[in-house]
Write a protein that binds this ligand. Structure first.
Ligand code: C2O
Ligand code: CU
Length: 462
């Protein structure tokens, strides 16, 4: 997400002209500071050294930021990293200039500088924040945190509200982060898959809970590229929200697939016996592993609570008629075993060898990285349909900035609101949304080595 050279120059020229016309923004003297810096944390077991990380406030995860729906959030981002960075507020239907997309909505913040983020939170739910410059490196080093927006009213009654950030790390045998960020193999294959899975940066995360207590679990996949496949043991309940957005009707809990950047909110009751343990289990190629444990101590009440109602809906506009919507296709090509012969990069046609030399392995509609022109332009309020065809041998988690979309099935039925959709090899997925948020917005694969390797485009709402 960094190699935005030509476009970056182009945009910053426009930016400089526009800035003069803007009124000065009042910066509250009291804005909380979010400081990106190095730190040391215990990721691995006791017999290993601590791990040097980059984190918000020097920790991983960064602080859980909490606010209420409709409130304004201010954060003074202070960059004390040795690298330029930004903060992207993933899933927030945010004002464009606060989106943190380096090279598109703002220049990256140099080391030793700061940037004042000031935005309104239109939707309740589970969101998160992370850098949007050299994201494949900065997130792999530990820069991420949760942003929780509480419902104004109508939140389900729970005893425990827990945020669980799932990650995998590529660690050396000294428990240090392997510095092979963005290597060509990862770019052209499944991305950076780690060898150490953590929940909230702990290899053995655990919390004691009473039997029959009710929990809201907010799961976020903060890994660069790993797709988590999860089940609960000793917990029973419902999926109530995806990517922050409430489901119209809660779904019974079963196998959960969580692509990079996706979130799921669960409401679960502890049904394991006292003295036993409940678990969240991650299914890997070689079996299931408990990644979070809930030892059951005491009893909250004699029987389970009644099923919760659905969460209150967020104010996302309903789709307009699909037959008159703007419709665009996005052909996704490239990667290992993909047979891509070449693509355009920075306006030049390149064969696959020149692309590889430039670190590119993928193309959207024959173009690697963002071009000068958007994938599409929409007017405010237009309904937009994008048909995405995954003509590669790999899975991709496609993320749209500034909007939530619905998947349109072949029979025309619409799925739940999401901001990231997982697409298998060979799969075609159609999404639709109302373009109600003005600005230039990224559409990219959230497997971060894929987006760095070219899977990145943008669209304009004006
Ligand atoms: Cu979570 Cu473009 O990002
Ligand atoms: Cu991808």
């Amino acid at each position: 997400m960094t190699e935005l050279t030509r476009r970056q120059f182009h945009r910053s020229a426009i930016g400089a002209a526009a800035v003069a016309a803007l009124p000065a923004i009042a910066r509250p003297a009291t804005a909380p500071i979010l400081q990106a810096r190095e730190g040391n944390v215990r990721l691995a077991p006791e017999d290993y050294p601590e791990t040097r990380i980059w984190g918000y406030d020097g920790t991983v995860p960064g602080p859980v930021l909490r606010a209420r729906q409709g409130e304004r959030m201010t954060q003074m981002f202070r960059n004390d990293l040795p690298q330029a960075s930004t903060v992207h507020w993933h899933g927030i239907r945010i004002a464009n200039d606060m989106d943190g997309a380096a090279g598109l909505t703002q220049p990256a913040v140099p080391p030793g500088s700061d940037f004042f983020y000031d935005f309104v939170l239109p939707d309740a739910g589970t969101y998160w924040y992370h850098p949007h410059n050299r994201t494949f490196e900065q997130m792999a080093r530990g820069l991420y945190g949760a942003l929780i927006v509480e419902e104004e009213t109508g939140a389900p009654e729970v005893d425990i509200d827990e945020v669980l950030l799932l990650d995998d790390w590529r660690l050396t045998d000294k428990a240090q982060i392997a510095e092979d960020f963005g290597n060509m193999h990862d770019r052209a294959h499944a991305g950076r898959i780690g060898n150490w899975i953590t929940v909230n940066a702990e290899g053995d995360w655990s919390r004691a809970v009473p039997r029959h207590s009710r929990m809201r679990l907010r799961l976020v996949n903060t890994a660069n590229a790993r797709i988590f496949s999860l089940e609960a043991r000793g917990l029973d309940g419902w999926v109530v929200a995806l990517d922050g957005m409430p489901l119209e009707a809660s779904q019974p809990l079963g196998r959960i697939t969580l692509a990079p950047a996706q979130r799921v909110d669960l409401v679960v009751d502890v049904v394991a016996d006292e003295g036993a343990e409940a678990f969240l289990v991650s299914f890997e190629a070689d079996g299931g592993y408990a990644i979070a444990a809930f030892p059951v101590a005491g009893t909250a009440r004699d029987a389970r609570l009644a099923a919760p109602g659905a969460l209150p809906a967020n104010p996302v506009p309903a789709l307009g008629p699909l037959d008159t919507a703007i419709r665009t296709e996005l052909l996704m090509e490239g990667g290992a075993m993909g047979g891509l012969r070449g693509a355009k990069l920075d306006g030049r046609s390149m064969d696959i060898r020149d692309m590889a030399a430039a670190g590119k392995a993928w193309a959207f509609n024959g173009m690697a990285d963002m071009g000068e022109t958007p994938l599409l332009e929409a007017g405010i309020g237009d309904t937009v349909r994008i048909v995405m065809k995954n003509d590669t041998a790999w899975s991709h988690g496609m993320h749209l900035h500034g909007h939530h979309f619905r998947q349109i099935a072949a029979d025309g039925t619409t799925g739940p609101l999401r901001d990231t959709v997982l697409m298998g090899s060979g799969e075609t997925v159609e999404i639709a949304f109302v373009a109600d948020n003005p600005g230039d917005w990224l559409l990219h694969c959230h497997m971060l080595e894929h987006s760095a390797g070219g899977m990145m485009t943008w669209l304009r709402v004006s």
